[in-house]
Write a protein that binds this ligand. Structure first.
Ligand code: HEC
Length: 144
C-alpha cells in the first residue's frame, strides 16, 4: 500500500534526526530540510487512509496492514495526531543550535510514537497454542 511506502520513506529521513539523541549534531541544514520534508509527508498521511483500506486481520501473522480499525472509528484523533506530528516537524525545521535541534528531534519522535501507540498494531510474538500446554513432554522424552 502507498502509505506503507510513505512511512518507510519517513523512517529513512528520520534516521539522522534520531541519531542526534546520542551523537554530535552535524550538518544542521540537512537535518532541518529532512524535518520539513517529513512534515509535508505527514500532512498527506491521513489522506492515505480511506475507509476501503480498513483491512486489518488480527488472525494472520503478517497482515496486509498494521493500521488498526480504530482509525476509522476515531478519525478525528488520528487526523489530529498527524497534524501534531507535522507541527513537530516544522518546529524541527526552524530549530537553531544543537540543544534546540536535540529537543525538537525528541519531540518529533514522540509524535510518531503517540500515533503508533493508538493506531498501529503492536508487535506480538507468536501466541502459545492450547496444544502446546497439552503436549506430553514426559512421554515424548520417554521419561515415565
Ligand atoms: C497519525 C498517525 C501516525 C503518525 C503521526 C506516524 N505514523 Fe507511522 N504509521 C501509522 C500507521 C497507521 C501505520 C501502519 C500503516 C499500515 O500498515 O497500513 C504506520 C506505519 C509506520 C511504519 C511501518 C511499520 C511496519 O512495520 O510496516 C514506520 C516505519 C513508521 N510508521 C514510521 C513513522 C515515523 C518515523 C513517524 C514520525 C515521523 C510516523 N510513522 C508517524 C501512523 C502514524
Amino acid at each position: 500500500m502507498a502509505r506503507q511506502e510513505l512511512m518507510e520513506h519517513i523512517e529513512i529521513l528520520m534516521e539522522p534526526i534520531d541519531t542526534i539523541q546520542v551523537k554530535e549534531v552535524r550538518d544542521a541544514d540537512t537535518l532541518r530540510a529532512a524535518a520539513e520534508t517529513i512534515g509535508a509527508m505527514l500532512l498527506a498521511l491521513p489522506h492515505l487512509f480511506p475507509p476501503t483500506t480498513n483491512l486489518y486481520d488480527p488472525k494472520v501473522q503478517m497482515p496486509a496492514t498494521l493500521a488498526l480499525p480504530r482509525i476509522w472509528t476515531d478519525f478525528g484523533t488520528f487526523y489530529q495526531l498527524a497534524g501534531a506530528a507535522a507541527s513537530a516537524s516544522e518546529a524541527m525545521g526552524s530549530a537553531q543550535g544543537a540543544t534546540q535541534l536535540r529537543a525538537a528531534s525528541k519531540q518529533l519522535r514522540s509524535s510518531c510514537d503517540a500515533c503508533h501507540a493508538l493506531f498501529l498494531r503492536a508487535y506480538l510474538p507468536p501466541k502459545v497454542q492450547d496444544s502446546d500446554y497439552k503436549f506430553d513432554f514426559d512421554s515424548a522424552l520417554h521419561r515415565k
